[in-house]
Design a protein around this ligand. Structure first.
Ligand code: AHG
Ligand code: MN
Ligand code: MN
Length: 319
């Protein structure tokens, strides 16, 4: 505990862990209960909302909205920020989250996850949108849950990265890895190669290097792409490597969302000794302007992220 600490942040992390246990229970029974498939409506992202997206979103909101700890929350599945505590907007913390990451993998039993990001409330009278639009550097905590072969929760409060595994026999998360550090360089690169023709030349040349065809054979890597950001990120965090979702001519600002995908994972990876860029600048330095704004994301081992940034700049400055 730290000087002046009230325990509210610890309790908020427990609230999130409770929500994660409930969501994990739903995920483990998917197929046996009617929670797979689409709800038949399009969310604010323009995506076909899945039943589990809605269940996860409601579960997290219900776990935190009346505790007095969270003043305002924002979710990938909510068009606008939600002021909590009966609309008073009072509470020490702001919670931003992607309730269910990797929705396209729900029905095919591939790892999916939840990502969350926590800030201090700025407007003590009544928190709102401006409390949600803080730079990633201001985060006080960030984490993710991965519903994979086991359910793991990884988070940081700025004092290292710690990993827990859910023991279903006792319903508790048990510490498995304290102070996770990611390798300086890794053997994997993760990118959706079907976007190859949509990328700028710099990203094409960079990925060719990872394939051993770009003239930098020391950068040859093995390809792994799960299609769930949490799963691709978690593998690279532990074994080393780089995940890329660059801007392209279909998604000029990239596909992934800054506030509840890129920022929390960037906080985690920097605490683990890695790096996260939008291709030009560190993710955590971006000044948000919109709740659901997207960003290009290059994240993982520091030397690999720096290689991508350098190679893209080299190729594109020579054009
Ligand atoms: P979400 O399910 O929350 O919308 O996130 C999906 C994201 C991310 O998990 C993954 O890395 C990426 O979408 C995959 O996108 P592509 O299918 O375009 O590769
Ligand atoms: Mn997501
Ligand atoms: Mn999602």
């Amino acid at each position: 505990m730290f000087e002046g600490a009230t325990g509210a942040l610890t309790n908020l992390l427990y609230d999130i862990a409770l929500a994660a246990k409930i969501i994990s229970g739903h995920v483990r029974r998917a197929g046996l209960t009617d929670i797979m498939g689409s709800v038949g409506q399009i969310n604010v992202q323009g995506e076909d909302q899945q039943k589990l997206d809605v269940i996860a979103n409601e579960t997290i909101k219900n776990a935190v909205a009346h505790t007095g700890r969270v003043s305002v929350l924002a979710s990938e599945e909510e068009e606008y920020p939600v002021t909590t505590n009966l609309g008073s907007g009072k509470g020490s913390y702001v919670l931003l989250f992607d309730p269910l990451d990797g929705s396209s993998n729900i029905d095919v039993n591939v790892s999916i996850g939840t990502i969350f990001s926590i800030y201090r409330t700025i407007n003590k009278d009544c928190a709102g949108l401006t409390d949600c639009l803080q730079r990633g550097r201001e985060q006080v905590a960030a984490g993710y849950v991965m519903y994979g072969s086991s359910t793991v929760m990884v988070y940081t409060t700025g004092h290292g990265v710690h990993g827990f595994t859910l023991d279903p026999s006792i319903g508790e998360f048990l510490l498995m890895n304290s102070d996770i550090k990611t390798p300086l360089s890794g053997k994997y690169y993760s990118v959706n190669e079907s976007n190859f023709t949509r990328w700028s030349e710099g990203y094409r040349q960079t990925v060719l290097c990872f394939k051993g065809a770009g003239g930098e054979d020391n950068m040859r890597k093995n390809a792994r792409y799960i299609g769930s950001l949490v799963a691709d990120f978690h593998r690279n965090l532990l074994t080393g490597g780089v995940f890329m979702y660059p801007r392209d001519n279909k998604s000029p600002n990239g596909k992934l969302r800054l506030l509840y995908e890129a920022n929390p994972l960037a906080f985690i990876v920097e605490q683990a000794g890695g790096a996260a860029h939008d291709g030009l600048n560190p993710i955590l330095d971006i000044e948000p302007t919109e709740l659901h704004q997207r960003t290009p994301l290059i994240i993982g081992s520091s030397e690999d992220v720096e290689f991508v940034r350098r190679k893209v700049a080299e190729v594109e400055s020579a054009q």
